[in-house]
Ligand binder design. Structure first.
Ligand SMILES: [Zn+2]
Length: 216
């Protein structure tokens, strides 16, 4: 499957999972030193090769249609870690709802309520609110001291990376589920996994939790 075909297939999965209200969200995949990214205002469920833009790792537009104005988010994730090969950014309802609340902790806006969130997503810090399309969204992510594969952007949505698009979409689904469970339990006396339980899971699954990034 080509990089463009992988983007088109991932768009269908995201829409089928109900994670792209309206035509929101954008996806990218790294292909060598190039990034293939969806254009602004495209419907993720009906992507064609003509909806895909090509930029380099500085964000310079090098081919295809103009990229989504949220390209700095994607570039920041690729520049943070070579292991990030695909990025999914969504305005999915539960992630957006949770991004409007105060963060649970500095290293993770979402509390560790289930093992699966710790294993498959890991710590998910909250980035400050920025005007849509503001390039500071990218610089905030680059500057985050935390090791991360996912982040919430305040009053905006989620961002996840993966080793390929399937991995990134799986992680976006798990993040949405974690936000849904956090909201469902927000007003009740709930049990959060304790530090020892979280550390054991994070070590076993090599998932970032409480860890600082190497690069900062
Ligand atoms: Zn957005």
């Amino acid at each position: 499957m080509s990089a463009a075909e992988a983007l088109i297939a991932a768009g269908v999965r995201i829409v089928d999972a109900g994670l792209s209200p309206g035509s929101s969200g954008n996806l990218s995949i790294r292909d060598g030193d190039r990034i293939l990214i969806t254009a602004s205002g495209t419907s993720l469920g009906r992507l064609t090769a003509g909806d895909i833009s090509v930029i380099d790792l500085d964000g310079t537009h090098v081919g295809g249609i103009r990229p989504s104005k949220e390209w700095p988010l994607h570039v920041a994730f690729y520049r943070r870690d070579e292991a990030h090969r695909a990025v999914v950014h969504l305005h999915s309802p539960y992630a957006v709802a949770w991004s409007c609340l105060e963060p649970w902790a500095e290293h993770s806006a979402i509390p560790p309520l289930t093992p699966y969130f710790v294993m498959r997503v890991g710590q998910t810090p909250l980035m400050p609110y920025r005007h849509p399309g503001d390039s500071s969204l990218g610089t905030d992510l680059l500057a985050s001291p935390w090791k991360l594969r996912a982040a919430l952007m305040a009053n905006h949505g989620s961002l996840v990376a993966g080793k390929d698009l399937d991995d990134a979409v799986d992680r976006a689904v798990e993040l949405e589920e974690a936000c849904r469970i956090a909201l469902l339990t927000a007003t009740t006396k709930r049990r959060i996994l304790d530090e020892a339980q979280v550390s054991e899971l994070a070590a076993e699954w090599r998932s970032p939790w409480g860890e600082l990034a190497d690069v900062n």
